[in-house]
Design a protein around this ligand. Structure first.
Ligand code: AMP
Ligand code: ZN
Length: 499
């Protein structure tokens, strides 16, 4: 049984899907006026991890994520750059999708754009007006917060305490506040100002408020109620509180069955945000870091906890990933060189058991509110166990199957976390100069670094068998000079690249 922390219930609860075998989830998407930063990416990676795990556990997941492509920030940016809001939104929607692909985040099942869903929003606003949960003032439509007896239940806030905060705002002379019946009320529909994108509506030309978008799109694509609504913790109030209020009041049914929120990515204990200027754009970070390493960094902290970002931590995550890759590479080499009747053989049955235990522990960790750091811990334990099982041991063909069982488990479970690992050591990790060395001393004529290393190993073995020590040493010294390490084992020379 999967348990998840539900923000509304303030505790971990059993996850029982509303439709057997299916999960319908909605995660708020970006406002497309800029490239996304790694704080945004953390939230999207967290929910990608959750979705992948639910799928691996056998659920059919329908994952909806909107694109907010009409908003003040987009309109302001367009005005600054002398472009249309649609041009700005298109550019950054495409950039967002490219960034998500680069970070290994799977596409949502449906990615609706706010500007293409205006009729559904108008319909919901009209229902709220009809039920007197909303009122019209000169082409604006406001939600009447006090008409919802449950307002504040998601964020755990008391409506009267909220009001005092808002009164101060009003004293600052914000014009909009004077149009509302109550300072707490928020805009469902905004009357058009000249030059802004606008759509026809029963209240005149205008555009939707931010909160109504997510309500309309989640209703339309998932039906009500749906299983999980997600986003970053900064969206709990007011965005999600408002989404919940207008959806439940407008439709007369429950909205999201569970609310899940991911913790903030921070820099020096401060939230990463565009407004504070302390942000690192995802695509810039990925120029220096491997996406798998960034994901490793993200998943080494529980998705609900704050995560402090630094380049040192990024390097540590990369090193942790390399530890797994090196173990897989060494295991692959041992399997490729397994022989029958090997002396000092590895205990295959014990390793197979450890691989099975790892899978069970991984599942237990992930079932407990998607505890990816604990799940990664179980994989590191198996890596350590496999390394020590292989250390100083030769491998029989039968035992090689147990090692494959362990490496398959590691690869598959890392894949569940969205961190794909290459088979063996990739040729890209070898320096290209090795082809010139192979041409010089082994008569190799190709351009493939991996093949060149193999040609050199064969040439060295041949030279040794012919007692041509000068040539054997030339090959060895050449490889060492390029950063390779050569280890002579009963199963032949093992060459690894240390750089
Ligand atoms: P926005 O475009 O600002 O609406 O943000 C898109 C998503 O990124 C939302 O789910 C936010 O909660 C999330 N987000 C924004 N800043 C951070 C941060 N520093 N850490 C984690 N998530 C964030
Ligand atoms: Zn939303």
């Amino acid at each position: 049984m999967i348990r998840l922390y539900d923000t509304k219930q303030h505790k971990k609860v059993d996850f029982v899907p509303l439709h057997e075998g299916e999960v319908r989830m909605y995660v708020c998407g970006p406002t497309v006026y800029n490239r996304i930063h790694i704080g945004n990416a953390r939230t999207f990676i967290s929910f990608d991890m959750i979705r992948r795990y639910l799928e691996w556990r056998g659920f059919k997941v329908t994952f909806v994520q909107n694109v907010t492509d009409v908003d003040d920030k987009i309109i302001n940016r367009a005005a600054e750059e002398g472009r249309s809001a649609a041009e700005v939104a298109t550019e950054y929607t495409e950039a967002f999708i490219a960034d998500m692909h680069a970070a290994g985040v799977a596409d949502p099942t449906i990615r609706p754009k706010a500007t293409e869903e205006i009729p559904a929003m108008i319909e919901l606003v009209q229902a709220l007006v009809d039920k007197e949960h909303a009122y019209v003032v000169d082409g604006d439509v406001y939600f009447s917060v006090r008409s919802d007896p449950h307002y504040g239940t998601l964020s755990g806030r008391n409506i009267d305490e909220m009001e005092s905060g808002h009164r101060e705002l009003r004293a600052d002379g914000q014009g909009l506040e004077d149009r509302k019946r109550d300072p707490l009320d928020f805009a469902l529909w905004k009357a058009a100002k000249p030059g802004e994108p606008a759509w026809d509506s029963p209240w005149g030309k205008g555009r939707p408020g931010w909160h109504i978008e997510c309500s309309a799109m989640s209703h339309k694509y998932l039906g009500l109620p749906f299983d999980i609504h997600g986003g970053g913790q900064d969206l709990v109030f007011p965005h999600h509180e408002n989404e919940r209020a207008q959806s439940e009041c407008g439709c007369g049914t429950a909205f999201a069955n569970h609310w899940m929120h991911s913790g903030m990515l921070q820099v020096n204990a401060e939230k990463m945000s565009k407004s504070l200027g302390n942000f690192l754009l995802l695509h810039e970070v990925l120029e220096d870091a491997r996406p798998e390493a960034l994901r490793m960094l993200m998943l080494q902290t529980h998705y609900r906890s704050p995560l402090d970002f630094s380049t040192e931590r990024m390097d540590e995550a990369d090193a942790a990933l390399s530890r797994i890759e090196n173990a897989l590479s060494a295991a692959g080499w041992a399997c490729a060189n397994a022989t029958d009747g090997a002396p000092d053989a590895l205990d295959g049955a014990a390793l197979r058991q450890k691989a099975e235990a790892c899978q069970a522990a991984f599942t237990e960790a992930m079932d407990d509110d998607f505890n990816a750091p604990a799940a990664l811990g179980t994989l590191f334990t198996l890596v350590t166990e496999m390394n020590s099982a292989l250390a100083d041991k030769t491998l029989s063909l039968v035992d090689a199957e147990s090692v494959v069982c362990a490496t398959d488990a590691i690869r598959a479970l890392m894949g569940v976390l969205g961190i794909p690992l290459a088979e063996g050591q990739g040729e890209t990790e070898y320096p290209l100069e090795v082809t010139a060395l192979a041409a010089d001393v082994a008569g190799y004529g190709g351009t493939d670094a991996m093949e060149a290393v193999e040609a050199l190993i064969e040439a060295r073995a041949l030279a040794r068998s012919q007692k041509d020590w000068a040539k054997a040493d030339a090959v060895r010294d050449g490889l060492i000079g390029l950063g390779f390490v050569i280890e002579d084992t009963p199963q032949g020379a093992k060459v690894t690249f240390e750089g």
